[in-house]
Design a protein around this ligand. Structure first.
Ligand code: ZN
Length: 432
């Protein structure tokens, strides 16, 4: 039991700390700290290698606790599980006369890739071109041969990776998909028997060099997790007048994670959205900003695997979905020199028009662009189930996406402060 004096000091200190007005630049400063932390090596890309997602969930939970958010569950967590294919162990991928290739920079794994066993000496790489693939007669001829001692390199853009893997499974030692622009990592909820990698052409690794001596060897283990235990992190501030009515802010906190040593930091996607979510949680938990209706803050996991956390939530809501007045999902909040796009803006035109009007009146950001329905983030299963829900993302600036270059150091957060003001003003409108 604490003494009355300690209790008094505790309340006095926590109230005076808590009631400080948010000063100009505060949202940015707090966002910078969150993005730096969530995109740091310690979170392992917030995926399913080295417990990245759990470390990130715990960080958000700790911030929720600081703001004394209420919880629907004992610990802010809503647990669920899903299957996912991961790549924790990478030995090497080497090409004759070029040498060892670097995971993340030179190559990544196709989402459903199986494991690769090293063979000595190197295996010959056979090239499959577009003309052969798209002509049924020549493809048939190509497929007749036995490639069990070969890798097949696929160098044309308009090929379906999935189809080729299915077509060549068990006929080939492994597949190498050549990429010319960038590497973009993704997930699959299953794994194949054969290994499949995506190899990027750049200044040091040209097609000429690759074709001059086409022999390769690779060794890595995928780890398919049939039942990865994960969690959404959800807290709320109770409304002073209409506690049963909710405004909901959402952002996914998961990202690609790690492939071997390569970390996909996910600063823009979506540490930046978490930074907005936590800024809003901090703001609305201050007594002077207490909302009239309740406001819930939902940080979802499994988004990159297929909107899994939000889909689970919609199937297992913690309060009736019909009590949600409006939901705003935030994913990719880190730039904004070209403004923002509002997905579902044309579906929920009243709210879109209001958001645009607030922006025009206050001159916050360059543009608020309208877009229709799209299944591209966590708003989707909500609006499909009758909830008024939009999704905003920033436009312009750096193009790093699902790669090792989406880093905190290069993420400008240049419109973050303005965006925060726009969203809180929009929040004021939604409460009335
Ligand atoms: Zn995202």
């Amino acid at each position: 039991m604490r003494s009355p004096l300690v209790l008094f000091l505790f309340f006095f200190l926590s109230f005076s700390l808590h009631s400080q007005e948010i000063k100009k630049g505060d949202a940015y400063a707090y966002a910078r700290k969150i993005v730096d932390t969530m995109a740091s090596e310690s979170m392992h890309g917030r995926g399913y290698v080295k417990d990245g997602d759990k470390i990130a969930a715990n960080y958000i939970k700790t911030e929720f606790e600081k703001f004394k958010l209420r919880s629907f569950t004992p610990d802010y967590y809503q647990s669920f599980a899903f299957p996912v294919n991961t790549f924790p162990f990478v030995n090497f991928f080497t090409w004759s006369k070029i040498g060892d290739l670097e995971v993340g920079k030179d190559f990544i794994f196709s989402p459903s890739s199986g494991r690769a066993v090293s063979y000595s000496p190197m295996s010959e790489v056979i090239w499959l071109d577009s003309a052969t693939y798209h002509d049924s007669k020549s493809l048939k001829k190509f497929l007749k041969k036995d490639y069990s001692k070969n890798y097949i390199a696929v160098d044309f853009e308009d090929r379906p990776e999935r189809e080729l893997i299915t077509l060549l499974d068990s006929k080939v030692r492994g597949l190498i998909f050549i990429k010319h622009k960038k590497l973009t990592a993704d997930f699959e909820q299953g794994s194949d028997k054969i290994p499949a990698v995506e190899l990027l052409i750049h200044d040091e690794i040209t097609l000429e060099k690759l074709k001059a001596s086409s022999f390769a060897d690779m060794s890595f283990d995928n780890k398919f997790i049939p039942d990865h235990a994960s969690q959404n992190v959800i807290g709320y501030v109770e409304g002073s007048e209409h506690p049963d009515s909710f405004i909901v802010f959402t952002a996914h906190y998961d990202h690609i994670g790690q492939m071997g040593r390569a970390i996909f930091p996910g600063a823009n996607d979506n540490a930046s959205g978490c930074a907005m979510l936590l800024n809003l949680a901090r703001y609305y938990s201050m007594p002077e900003h207490r909302p009239k209706c309740s406001i819930a803050f939902m940080a979802f996991c499994g988004e990159e695997v297929g909107l899994l956390g939000s889909r689970y939530y919609v199937g297992h809501p913690l309060f009736p979905l019909k009590n949600i007045k409006f939901l705003l999902n935030m994913d990719i909040m880190g730039t904004g020199e070209d403004g923002i796009t509002v997905v579902n803006g044309s579906v929920f035109k009243t709210e879109f028009d209001k958001l645009k009007q607030i922006n025009t009146e206050n001159n916050f950001i360059k543009d608020v662009k309208i877009r229709g329905k799209a299944a591209n983030s966590d708003h989707y299963f909500f609006s499909e189930n009758g909830v008024r829900a939009c999704f905003i993302y920033t436009m312009g600036g750096i193009k790093a996406y699902h790669d090792i270059y989406d880093r905190a150091q290069t993420l400008p957060l240049n419109e973050f402060e303005n965006l925060f003001k726009l969203i809180t003003k929009f929040g004021d409108y939604l409460q009335n």
